[in-house]
Design a protein. Structure first.
Length: 239
């Protein structure tokens, strides 16, 4: 199956069944979102949503965060991954938002990446979710799912390479939604260690399902240990 056809199947399914996907991070303004996205790096949205209320009660605005030290921020985020680094990032983020951007979250990827703790992925999330710009944030779910479905080539070995291939084939108006479609599919169906291929509605055209699961089922003794469920294989197993 050629790549344009895969993208057509992908877009047809999700525009029909999930036309209005949303982030699972809870926020009410751009400041709250950027704080949540910084905290979500290598951490679950569920955990971030648990710590955000107390954090925002103490630091409800960029000005409050700008006046805080990392040591003051740390107790509120101690249960997320890498809390020491993220406390430093958030304190620095608050200061720069106030000193350079008047307390407002900037709307360009270039300006956002000047903020501590904000890389290209975080910047893409912010401009996509808040400003509805055609930006594709590539996290571990997007990277994994796009490769498994065959939406990107095997030579796309970096998040930036995956981003460029995805935006090439997805209409601009759908890029913000496609980001959420890939994330949610990876979070609940195409999980890393045990992909739920049996219930996946995309398996009829999924490259991973055809190349790994189906072939493993038809030739169980070739290159596989007896008794291993082929659906548990990761994409790396095919390289």
């Amino acid at each position: 199956m050629r790549k344009p056809e895969r993208f057509r199947h992908f877009l047809d399914y999700f525009t029909t069944h999930f036309p209005e996907p949303e982030t699972e991070l809870v926020y009410s303004n751009p400041y709250e979102l950027i704080v949540a996205v910084v905290l979500s790096a290598q951490c679950t949205d569920k955990r971030v949503n648990q710590v955000m209320p107390a954090l925002l009660e103490q630091f409800p605005t960029p000005e409050h965060l700008a006046a805080a030290t990392p040591e003051e921020v740390f107790p509120f985020i101690r249960s997320v991954s890498y809390p020491n680094n993220k406390a430093k990032h958030l304190a620095g983020l608050g200061r720069l938002l106030v000193s350079e951007f008047g307390g407002e979250v900037p709307s360009t990827i270039e300006e956002l990446q000047r903020l501590p703790g904000v890389g290209r992925k975080t910047a893409n999330v912010v401009v996509s979710v808040i400003y509805n710009q055609p930006a594709m944030a590539v996290d571990t779910h997007v990277f994994r799912v796009s490769h498994r479905l065959g939406l990107v080539s095997r030579t796309a070995t970096t998040p930036l390479a995956v981003e460029k291939e995805l935006v090439r084939y997805i209409p601009e108006a759908l890029i913000p939604k496609a980001h959420h479609w890939l994330i949610l599919h990876g979070r609940y169906i195409c999980v890393a260690r045990n992909p739920k291929c049996g219930i996946c509605p995309l398996k009829s055209w999924c490259k991973y399902y055809a190349d790994v699961v189906v072939k493993a089922a038809s030739t169980p003794k070739k290159g596989l240990l007896k008794g291993i469920d082929p659906a548990t294989l990761s994409p790396e197993s095919t390289t």
